[in-house]
Structure formats: structure tokens, C-alpha cells
Design a protein around this ligand. Structure first.
Ligand code: ZN
Length: 60
């Protein structure tokens, strides 16, 4: 039995996909916040896209 892991979108570190990891797929809160910052700056270039709803991008 092995724990599934994902690569942190921010730093690439292996992150154990566990229920207690509240920041997954990020390795930490810091990386999560950094990732959000990258989005704001339109510098998000990580190939692995997040699983967020991407149906529409307009903002009202
Ligand atoms: Zn990270």
C-alpha cells in the first residue's frame, strides 16, 4: 500500500495526497499563496493545470 503523491505546482516537491494535507496539491500554505500570486501576474506556466472549473473566465 503506497501513498499517492503529486508534484507541488509551485516548487515541484513531491506531496503526499493525504486527507490531512489541507494544502494539496501544494506542499504548504506558502506554495499555495505563491501559486495564487503567479495567477495574478499571468505568469503561470506550470504544465499540469489545476482541476479548477475552467468553463468561463469572464469576471463580473
Ligand atoms: Zn511547494
Amino acid at each position: 500500500m503506497s501513498t499517492p503523491t503529486v508534484a507541488c505546482p509551485t516548487c515541484g516537491q513531491a506531496v503526499a495526497w493525504l486527507p490531512e494535507n489541507r494544502y494539496r496539491p501544494f506542499c504548504s500554505e506558502r506554495c499555495k499563496l505563491i501559486d495564487l500570486g503567479e495567477w495574478a501576474q499571468e505568469r503561470y506556466t506550470v504544465p499540469a493545470a489545476p482541476v479548477w472549473d475552467d468553463g468561463k473566465t469572464e469576471q463580473n
